[in-house]
Write a protein that binds this ligand. Sequence first.
Ligand SMILES: [Fe+2]
Ligand SMILES: [Fe+2]
Length: 349
Amino acid sequence: MRRIKITWAKPGDILGYPIFRQDGAILLNTGVKLTREYIEQLKSLGVTHIYVQDDISQDIEISDPISIQTKIEALRVIADTYHRSCKGLSLDVRALRKIVDDIVDEILSSEQVLLNLRDIRSFDNYLFSHSLGVTVLSIVIGKNLNRDDKFLRDLGIGCMLHDIGKLDIPKEILDKPDRLTEEEFGIVKFHTQYGYRRILDQDGELPATSAHVAWEHHERLNGRGYPRGLIGEKIHIFSRIAGVADVYDAMTVDRIYRKAYPPNEAVEFIMGASGSLFDYEIVKAFLRSIAPYPVGDIILLNTGDIAIVVDINREFPLRPVVRVIREDGWEDIDLMSKTDISIVKSLEE
Ligand SMILES: [Fe+2]
Ligand SMILES: [Fe+2]
């Protein structure tokens, strides 16, 4: 399968990966043949990209450490948790622990995890899919830092809830289509303290370290973050990991006020901020966790050719195997062996 812009979709295309709703329900499943109506509906819902199966991409497989069932359940638990917290009800801590355990188990049991699939986005609720995206990426980073089970589970719970304080921020500010004023941004910053409080209010049923993720995930290594301007190791390791995952996830998704950055550009930004905004060791583990040119994506080569990413070279993820599309067919080229060919850019846009 491959990933295409919704504007490129045509009736008859076969969906390669499900489209989820905010509560985890599946709107359109894998294998569905798209009709003009479906395509129009997806566009009007704000879906920007889909995975399709077609002749040219038939044999391209995108491995994903997290099963679709687990994702559906995770989105459901996140939605339920946020709704309960909003109403002042106690959280279903057992369900939360169970789903984080499942995510950790799936990540630990997949041999080499390099996140390729860019699907854990429900288009209608940024907060829920973002929470899941940050959780999965943080746990993979934690695994690549060789941390143990308990570490990954507590980290995961913190990430699932890291933005729960946004429940206390007025919707008009969160959904504002243009730049926030300084005053509005000052209000948004409070989601960190509010989140910390909401988690601690759970009668000690949740790990205190997980609450720190809510409080500190916008702190930065050099002290330029918020709310407290903590420096270096004063920031809990969970929060330093979640901070990287949070920025990556936020950058690679379309927001009302700006387009998504392609993964390679977000990776470059984070690499560039290694040692200043972000912990060097964590960035190193992050780079082993994410494919800058994910399998199934369409890219432009310096030869002027357009290609689909077919496979990743783990040691050199910037030089994947690509399928060059020609008028009369296609050719697979391993960019590791053709050093004169390079990737100009992702054709995300
Ligand atoms: Fe946040
Ligand atoms: Fe966030």
